[in-house]
Design a protein. Structure first.
Length: 121
């Protein structure tokens, strides 16, 4: 038995498409937010910029992320690789290389404080 306030099992139907090819599921605590992304192979590029009010960590869970962070240099991150974007630190210009098993890149972003625009409550 689970307590729905503290445990969320994986549920494919709980992801919502926020734009074509970008599925997201958000979990919000008191001062942290998790954003679980499932992004279709070949999507991008995304915008390049920073968040003035939010620090961000991200971990690639499946597939690959080809992006820029803090410079013009492109980097390709693979499963298990972590990135950190302090407040206002530019990052993005992202291209997504899907995992062969499901054709998606899976990324878990952590924001502090939670991003207001991602809240659904």
């Amino acid at each position: 038995m689970t307590n729905d306030r503290y445990v969320w099992p994986f549920d494919d139907a709980s992801f919502r498409e926020v734009k074509p090819g970008f599925l997201q599921r958000v979990f919000t605590g008191d001062s942290l937010m998790l954003s679980f992304w499932r992004i279709r192979e070949g999507m991008g590029p995304t915008a390049y910029g920073g968040h003035p009010d939010n620090e961000q960590f991200g971990i690639v869970m499946a597939g690959q992320l080809d992006f820029r962070i803090g410079s013009e240099l492109r980097q390709t991150l693979r499963p298990g690789d972590v990135y950190w974007a302090p407040k206002n630190f530019p990052h993005g210009d992202s291209l997504f290389i899907g995992d062969p098993a499901h054709g998606e890149t899976w990324i878990l972003d952590v924001f502090a404080p939670p991003r207001v625009e991602y809240r659904s409550d």
